[in-house]
Design a protein around this ligand. Sequence first.
Ligand SMILES: [Zn+2]
Length: 345
Amino acid sequence: MPKSKFVDFKAVKAAITMEQVLEHYGLLDRFKRSGDSLSGPCPIHKGTNPTQFRVSVSKNIWNCFSECKHGGNVLDFIAKMEGASIHAAALKAIEWFHLDPEAVSANSERDEEHPGETPKSNVSSPAKPASKKPAPAEETGTPNKPLKFRLDKLERTHPYLAERGLTLETVVDFGAGYCAKGVMAGRIAIPIHDPEGNVVAYAGRWPGEPAEDTPKYKLPQGFRKSLELFNIDRAVKEPAEKPLVIVEGFFDCMRLHQHGCRKVVALMGSTMSAAQEELIRKYTNGESQIIVMLDEDEADSAGREDIACRLSRFCFVKMHQFDKPGTQPENLPADEVNQILGGAL
Ligand SMILES: [Zn+2]
């Protein structure tokens, strides 16, 4: 990595979490989790009191209420631990967490375009406790911002991807892959794009059945999936006369795409948010056809009707119902998909 390069501190801070940094130092198991906060002995002044050092997970900041009487963001923390400058801390973070050096170099200008906006985490003054920071994005309704980094070195040939029936071509096409280090370490990272094609988040799927306390999916702090539709950026480029297929999950979407059904988006859940409805409305018209293909599950039937009813106000909607309970679109063979689409493949 060229050490002379200017580093975009904001991009580095947004790309890594305090949890990861604590884990990097082998400290995470000394910390107790309670709601949004992690508390433990202060690793900076090497204290022993288990509640003196606190991390706000959502704000990605820390505070030592004891000797240090100080707090800050992830880079401040690394700088203190290493006895180094913020710049040196950022370079270390880039190396440790395999961030793409190009994406976090200060040559990119994005944040400078929005000088009025508050960066995610910039607490460096001990006088200001963490709780006085402005509300995070999920409370203020701001859109998800394009990421300024890319996860590189993703393992495209991880067995879990093949297990879910995805070909290497599809995996590469969607930019997914197993992430060994970084924000989505130990998970299959799947990039989520906004309609303009910017990556706004990575979703991390645990490869297999996770333990009880491990979530199947991990999404970045502050990311609002209800504002996005997975694969919308590519679906909107498909011919208007083709039906738009709406499914629940990432893997449903990727599998249908693999079968040649390219005008497909995923809700990333079994409900449709108002923002998602608005997105669909924006990219369709009164002539458009929509096929809703949700997982066949008794519990979802009310949700399905709600989605159909809302979409039918502005386009033609067909709800596809599977005969067998428990059917998921990702398990359909290509010919069956083609049949459902009325031979549109
Ligand atoms: Zn301390």
